[in-house]
Every structure is written in C-alpha cells, then in structure tokens.
Design a protein around this ligand. Structure first.
Ligand code: GDP
Ligand code: MG
Length: 447
C-alpha cells in the first residue's frame, strides 16, 4: 500500500538535512501512483505533483523530523487544500425562498440528495423546505421525489410529465413565496451522457429561477470520467458547489480532486449511503487521508480517545512503571474499554480499507466472541484472584480454583489456561515497555 511504500521511503531518507531534487524524486513517484490508483485524472495529478515539488524543494528539515516525514505532511496539506479549505455549508443568503438547483447526470444521485439536503436543512438549519421535480421525462422520477421528500419531512410540490420544466419551477416558486417557505429545492432530469438539449434546458431553468446555489451532483464511482462531466456542467452553469455521492462504495474518492479542480467550486457534501440520513458535510482533510489510502485517521484517533479514560490509563502506566504489576483486574478493565469504544468492528470501520480487508468479517466476529468469553472468565474469578494472578498460576489450590472459574464461566479449563497464558505474555510486554511506551501512546492519542 502507499502507506507502506511511503514509510519505507521515509526510512531511507533519514539523516538528510533538506529536501533535494534527488531525494524527492522517488517519493513523488509513489504519490503519483497513489493518486492515479485513486482515479484522479492525469492532468490533475501532474498539476498537483508540480505544486508539491515547488513547495517541498529546499524545505529545511527541522527537529526530529526527516525529509520523508516533511514531504508526507506537505502532500497531505496540499491535497486537503486542493479539495477545499475548511468546511463550507449551504448558502441561503437570498430573499426567501432560497432556491437550490440540482444538476448532474442521470443516476448521479440528484433525487436522493435533494431529499437528504431537505432533511439537513430542516434539522440543522430549522428551515421550511419545499421540493419540486422538473424531471418530466420519467413519471417515476416525480413519484420518487415525492416518496423521499415525505421521508425527509419536507413538503413536495406536484408536477406532471406534460408540463415544461420552466413552468413547473415558476409555479413552485410562486407557491413557496405565498406559503413562506425558506428554501425551494429543484430536482432536474439527467441523461446518461452529456446532451446538448438537456444542457440548454437546465440553463433556461437557471435563468428563470435565479438559484442562490447550483449544486453539481456527481458519483464518486465515476472515476476518470468525472472530469469530462464536470467540465460540461461547468461550461453550462455557474456552479456554486459540488455534492460527491456514493462515497460509501469502494472508490478511493479521487474524483473529488478532479471535480474540484475543474469546476473551481467547493465540495459541500458527501453522500455516504442510500438512506435519507446518508449525507455528510464534506471534510477535505479527512478525505485527503482516504485518497492517499491512509484511512480516516482523524476519526480513528477521535474514537479511541473518546472511549479511553485517560486518567485510568495513566494510573495503569504508573503501576507498570513502579513495578507493582499489571494484574487481571487491569486486563478486565482493558476489555471493558474496548467495549466502550464500540468494539473491534467499529474501530475496524475507521481503518484504511486495505488494512480492514485483510482482517475479514469472520476474523472480526471470532475476535469479538473471544473477547466476550474472556470477560466471562475474568468475571468468574474473585477480586483477590484477579489481584494476585499467581494464585491461579502457581498457587497450591490453582487446580480447584481454575475448575471453579471454568464452571462459573461455562467454559472448558483449557480456555482458562489460554487466558492465563495470554495474560502472562502481556505482562511480559508491559514490563518491557516499562510504562513509557504506553504513556507515549496515550499522549499521542490525547493530542
Ligand atoms: P438521479 O438520477 O441523479 O436522481 O439519481 P438517484 O437519486 O435516483 O440515485 C440513483 C441511485 O443511486 C439510487 O439507487 C440511489 O439510491 C443511489 N444513491 C444515491 N446516493 C447514494 C449514496 O450516497 N450512496 C449509495 N450507496 N447510493 C446512492
Ligand atoms: Mg432523479
């Protein structure tokens, strides 16, 4: 994976004081490969690499960093900046109703996104929202919008296939004004490929209703083709924002980079499921991690720190350091912290896909089951046994104690033995770390 390749290069570049033409070459080749693998269009990749090189060359390497680490951070920052600085929400600064026009190819997710957006505006911005469909080519499309609008808790304005899109929009606008709607969302028709007649139609629609937002909805799975689609829509309409849909799929989301570059418009939202609540405000920094194949590191760190009791972990580290030992109570505490974090499955979801794919669902299920059984065994011990594991490992009554624990937890004695072995190994590891490793880890996670 890119992360492996980059970290290898980071190692080989250790000890050099600045980034030079020669040491940057290999590194940029890897970045270029990663971007192409993520389906970023070639011209966009070339531009990007040139910018990174410009920023990186001659950069001093300070402190404990090495040129590789400095370069990776430049790449990530530049990637995030290219896809949009910060977060930009929907603009509603207009004489009500604020009109939002949805544009994009058929199947891109316009109708779905219209309803998701309606829900977002109702819940987050407390707006009164009306939707209308100007997709007169497919009667089913109008019905579809009606259904999803209901799910969103917004109101739907009826239209019919024998009407002109322009007339539909004007009637809806009039209705929205008279009934004090804050926002009117106009869903439109799309073709499978770019089509002149359709572009003329949406241009006319735009000129009629003066939308404050013209959103280009594009499927992240479209990959390289996204560039051409984006260019065509950008030429036809003054786009104010982009919605990147189907980011829940396998794509690494490189289309974000291309579309952003071609349209110059900010990516405002990401579609992350077929469901009505599957819309997220687009976060360029997180997305940069995905494109580079480094997963949602920010989310993972947040998740981990949320579940972990920092004070308890520090106490534990102190304990190990002072030599008073890591006991089975600590082991039990670790398992319950894991559970607090939402279990292994939840953590795995946040990891880079390549890493998660290696683990597989079956392994995960097994690990979760093992954790539950271990917890059962630990709970069947007395507090004294957990405090003094030696009672179970070399005490006189260890056999009868283990029998009692196994019966209490409903498992075989061998399982109790396996847990004790694991604990023994862990204790060995803890001694080696002498608390320092753990403390360092906690500090990193705690920011
Ligand atoms: P339109 O032709 O542009 O109006 O596209 P639709 O809204 O009808 O969506 C086309 C298909 O894509 C439907 O099956 C949607 O359920 C699906 N879809 C839309 N957005 C997303 C998304 O973010 N994730 C996933 N998985 N599916 C989506
Ligand atoms: Mg539609």
């Amino acid at each position: 994976t890119l992360t492996d390749r980059l970290s290898h290069l980071v190692k080989t570049m250790r000890g050099q004081a600045r980034i030079t033409e020669s040491n940057v070459q290999d590194m940029l080749r890897e970045v270029r490969m990663a971007l192409l693998e993520a389906d970023v269009a070639l011209p966009v990749v070339r531009d990007f690499i040139a910018r990174v090189k410009d920023k990186a060359l001659g950069q001093e390497v300070v402190g404990s960093l090495n040129p590789g680490q400095v370069l990776v951070s430049i790449v990530q920052k530049e990637l995030a900046a290219t896809m949009g600085e910060g977060i930009s929400d929907i603009n509603l600064a207009a004489q009500p109703p604020a009109v939002i026009l949805m544009a994009g190819l058929q199947g891109a997710g316009k109708t779905t996104t219209t309803a998701k957006l309606a829900k977002h505006l109702i819940e987050r911005r407390k707006k009164k929202v009306l939707t209308v469909s100007a997709d007169v080519y497919r009667p089913a499309a109008i019905e579809q919008l009606k259904t999803v609008t209901k799910q969103a808790g917004a109101e739907w304005f009826p239209s019919a296939p024998d009407q002109k899109p322009r007339d539909i929009a004007l009637a809806a606008l009039d209705h929205a004004k008279r009934h004090y709607f804050d926002v009117l969302l106009v869903d439109t028709a799309g073709r499978l490929a770019i089509d002149e007649a359709l572009m003329a139609e949406i241009r006319e629609l735009h000129a009629t209703i003066h939308p404050v937002e013209t959103l280009f909805v594009v499927d992240a799975m479209q990959g390289q083709d996204a560039v051409n689609t984006a260019r065509a829509f950008k030429e036809a309409l003054p786009l104010t924002g982009v919605v990147l849909t189907k980011l829940d799929g396998d794509s690494r989301g490189g289309a974000a980079l291309s579309v952003r570059q071609v349209t110059g418009a900010p990516i405002k939202f990401a579609g992350v499921s077929e469901k009505i609540d599957g819309l997220e405000v687009f976060d360029a920094e997180r997305h940069a991690g995905r494109v580079l194949g480094m997963g949602d590191i920010v989310a993972l760190v947040e998740e981990v720190t949320k579940g972990v009791d920092i004070a308890a972990a520090q106490k534990l580290a102190e304990k190990v350091k002072s030599g008073s030992g890591f006991d089975l109570n600590d082991f039990l505490a670790q398992i319950s912290q894991m559970k607090k974090m939402g279990g292994l499955g939840n953590l795995m979801d946040k990891l880079p896909t390549q890493m998660a794919a290696k683990a597989g669902q079956a392994d995960l299920d097994r690990a979760e089951r093992d954790m539950k059984r271990m917890e059962g065994i630990l709970n069947a011990m007395t507090a004294k046994e957990r405090r003094q594991p030696a009672l179970l490992m070399d005490g006189k009554s260890k056999a009868s104690r283990k029998r009692r624990i196994a019966a209490g937890a409903g498992v075989q004695i061998q399982e109790v033995n396996r847990l004790l072995n694991q604990f023994d190994q862990m204790q060995g590891m803890m001694k080696k770390m002498k608390g320092g490793g753990l403390m360092k880890m906690m500090k990193k996670l705690g920011g």
